[in-house]
Design a protein around this ligand. Structure first.
Ligand code: GRF
Length: 214
């Protein structure tokens, strides 16, 4: 599949032999607030996603995601990038942690580090990212600010598979969010996040079905 090939009708259909009753084991990576992490845990616990979040990895000690994990009873692993010898070493550490808990899929839910081919290769087509724009517009940092500066009237969010090119992998699910007159950064970001929390579980489901995991 080419890196930019859009999802086609039927892509989400599980191939023959897929294990329909299987509970997917999810790893999540977060750097900050962790609302997408909590949305994923919620979707699993409400039965909307046949999955379980088995590990949260964070790179910032004391970030909001850690407090959420403690409240939700999800195990947390700190991999502080400041202590890692290189980006590759950090990614090797992440891959080892997620492999050790038998993660089927790993979700970058607000992971504010560029990942290397090492992590991508450890979870081929099993690494999902959420980004607050309608990709391929506004890749990289502060996508909401970029959208406001460009004066677009429609923004949104994208869940996609991760490739080396930042925010460049195959798109799984998108949601559009109109920019309203008078929107400031916080207001637009807040409405986009509501949609992120909705589409991220859908993207995990789609990615796992495409792999024949569920
Ligand atoms: C989200 O807007 C996501 O799109 C971006 O980082 C933000 C993380 O938010 N990659 P949160 O930590 O999940 O609340």
């Amino acid at each position: 599949m080419s890196p930019q090939r859009p999802i086609q009708p039927g892509d989400g259909l599980a191939p023959a032999g897929a294990d329909a009753g299987r509970i997917l084991r999810l790893g999540v990576m977060a750097s900050g607030n962790g609302s997408n992490f909590e949305a994923l845990v919620g979707a699993c616990r409400r039965g909307e996603l046949a999955a379980q979040v088995v590990l949260l990895a964070v790179n910032n000690p004391g970030c909001g995601a850690v407090a959420r994990a403690e409240r939700l009873g999800v195990p947390v692993q700190l991999l502080d990038h400041r202590q890692a010898a290189s980006r590759e070493a950090l990614d090797d550490g992440l891959a080892s942690c997620f492999q050790a808990v038998g993660a089927d899929l790993v979700v970058m839910a607000g992971w504010m580090r560029i990942v290397t081919q090492r992590l991508i290769d450890a979870f081929p087509d099993r690494l999902v990212n959420i980004h607050p724009s309608l990709l391929p517009s506004f890749r990289g940092v502060d996508a909401v600010g970029q959208a406001l500066a460009a004066g677009v009237t429609l923004s949104g969010c994208t869940a996609h598979l991760v490739r080396l090119e930042v925010d460049g992998g195959p798109i799984l699910v998108q949601a559009a969010v109109p920019v309203e007159s008078g929107d400031d950064h916080a207001a637009l970001a807040r409405r986009i996040q509501v949609q992120e929390h909705r589409i991220l579980p859908l993207a995990v489901q789609l990615a796992s079905e495409r792999l024949g995991l569920t």
